[in-house]
Design a binder for this molecule. Structure first.
Ligand code: NAD
Length: 384
C-alpha cells in the first residue's frame, strides 16, 4: 500500500505530517512511502533526507495522490475557495490528519460523500495504549513552551533576577491559568527563564505537578473537585466560577506575564481574566491566551490579533506549534506513524470498529459518518 504525505496548503502551517525518521518505520512495515516534493522544507526536512530513508518524491499533488491508499497531513483539508483539498481525494482513500469533526460538520459530510475513510488526530482516546498517538498532547507541549517564549519576548522587562553593578533586577512574575499539558510546559519554561511562577487549575490533582516544577499552586475554596472521569475539567457553577475569579483577581495585578490555557472539551473556554483584571495590571505586562480558538480565557482576547488595552498586550496566537515546526513535526510524525501502524496488518489497512482507537478516531467510512460523538453532535444519534 502506498502512503503519501501531502504538503500543507495553509499559509500559517509550517509543520509536515511525517519526518524522514518516520519513513523508515513505515517502510519496515512493508509500506511504500511517497512525499510531495518540498512537503518537509518549511519544517527543516529536505526531499533528499526522505529519499535516503526509502521514500519516493512525487513532483506534485496529483502524482502524490495517484494510487495512494493512505494520505497523511497535519491540518484538516482546506475547503476554502481555490483550494478544494477534499475534491482531490478519491473514494476508498484514507486520510489521517487533524479534523476537528465535532465543530466542522460540513467538512465531515464532504469527506463522507467523497467516500474517504478519515481519521482525526484530535480524537485519539486518552488511554494508555494510545499515549504515543496523542497529537493533542504533543502539540500542546510545543504550544506551552512557545507561549512562555513569546510572552517573554513581548515583555518590556527581564524575567530572571539579575545582580549587576547597575543594580539588582527583581525576577518577573508569571501566572499560568490552566495547568494541563500546555500549562505545565509553560510553567516549566517560565521557570527556566527565571520567573517566579504561580499557577491555578480547577483540577486539584495538578497541585503536586505544579509544585514539582517549582511553581506555587493557588488554591481556591472549591466545594468539589472539578475533574470528570476522563481527567478533563468540568464547567464550574456560577458560584464556584466567582470564587475562582476572586482568587485570580487578587494575584493578577502583580503578574508581568499571564499565560492562559484553560479549556473544557466541547465547550467555550471559561473567561478567567476580565476587563477589570486587565486594567489592574501594570502597563507593559503581557497576556498570552492559548484558548483563543474556543473564545479565549481573557475577556478582551481577539483570536489571531494583538490587543493593547491600557498598555497591557493580549496575544492570542492561532497556531503556535507551527512556529516550532521541526520538533512539532517530529512529535506529530511519531503520533501519526504509531496510529497508522496500529491500523495496518500485512501492509494493508485493517479496521476493527470494536477497537477503542479505531472507533474513537475514524470519522467517515464507506460513504457514511461513523463516529459516535460526531453523529451525536450532528443530532444524528450515536452514543458518546
Ligand atoms: P485541556 O486542554 O482540555 O485544558 C487545559 C487545562 O485547563 C486543564 O488542566 C483544565 O483542568 C484547565 N481548566 C479548565 N477549566 C478551567 C477553569 N475554569 N479554571 C482553571 N483551569 C481550568 O486539558 P489537557 O491539557 O489536554 O489535559 C487535561 C487532562 O488530561 C490532564 O489531566 C492530562 O494529564 C490528561 N491527559 C491524559 C492523557 C492520557 O492519559 N493519554 C494524555 C494527555 C492528557
Amino acid at each position: 500500500m502506498k502512503v503519501t504525505v501531502l504538503g500543507e496548503t495553509r499559509a500559517d502551517e509550517h509543520r509536515v505530517a511525517l519526518v524522514p525518521a518516520g519513513v523508515k518505520s513505515l517502510v519496515s512495515a512493508g509500506l511504500q512511502v511517497s512525499i510531495q516534493s518540498g512537503a518537509g522544507e518549511e519544517a527543516g526536512f529536505r526531499d533528499a533526507e526522505y529519499e535516503e530513508m526509502g521514500a519516493t518524491i512525487a513532483p506534485d499533488v496529483s502524482a502524490a495522490l495517484d494510487g495512494a491508499g493512505v494520505i497523511l497531513k497535519v491540518a484538516a483539508p482546506d475547503t476554502a475557495e481555490g483550494s478544494d483539498e477534499v475534491g482531490q481525494l478519491s473514494s476508498g482513500q484514507a486520510l489521517i490528519s487533524f479534523l476537528s469533526p465535532l465543530t466542522e460538520p460540513d467538512l465531515v459530510n464532504r469527506l463522507a460523500a467523497a467516500g474517504v475513510t478519515s481519521f482525526a488526530m484530535d480524537q485519539i482516546p486518552r488511554i494508555t495504549r494510545a499515549q504515543r498517538m496523542d497529537a493533542l498532547s504533543s502539540q500542546a507541549n510545543v504550544a506551552g513552551y512557545k507561549a512562555a517564549l513569546l510572552g517573554a519576548d513581548h515583555l518590556n522587562k527581564f524575567l530572571p533576577m539579575f545582580m549587576t553593578a547597575a543594580g539588582t533586577i527583581r525576577p518577573g512574575k508569571a501566572m499560568i491559568l490552566g495547568a494541563g499539558v500546555a500549562g505545565l510546559q509553560a510553567i516549566a519554561t517560565a521557570r527556566r527563564l527565571g520567573a517566579v511562577v504561580e499557577a491555578f487549575d480547577v483540577r486539584a490533582a495538578v497541585k503536586e505537578q505544579v509544585e514539582s516544577l517549582g511553581a506555587k499552586f493557588l488554591e481556591a475554596e472549591m466545594e468539589a473537585d472539578a475533574e470528570d472521569e476522563g481527567g478533563y475539567a468540568k464547567e464550574l457553577s456560577e458560584d464556584q466560577h466567582q470564587k475562582e475569579l476572586d482568587l485570580i483577581a487578587s494575584h493578577i495585578d502583580t503578574a508581568d506575564l499571564v499565560i492562559t490555557t484553560a479549556q473544557i472539551p466541547g465547550r467555550p473556554a471559561p473567561v478567567l481574566v476580565t476587563r477589570a483584571m486587565v486594567e489592574s495590571m501594570r502597563p507593559g505586562s503581557v497576556i498570552v491566551d492559548l484558548a483563543g480558538a474556543t473564545g479565549g480565557n481573557c475577556e478582551l482576547t481577539r483570536f489571531g490579533e494583538v490587543v493593547v488595552h491600557n498598555g497591557v498586550k493580549i496575544l492570542a496566537p492561532t497556531n503556535l506549534p507551527s512556529d516550532l515546526p521541526y520538533h512539532a513535526s517530529e512529535m506529530y510524525s511519531k503520533n501519526i506513524t504509531t496510529l497508522l501502524l496500529d491500523l495496518v496488518e500485512e501492509g494493508e489497512l485493517s479496521l476493527d470498529f470494536e477497537d477503542e482507537i479505531v472507533a474513537g478516531t475514524c470519522i467517515t467510512h464507506g460513504g457514511k459518518v461513523v463516529h459516535a460523538r460526531t453523529l451525536e453532535r450532528m443530532g444524528q444519534g450515536g452514543s458518546a
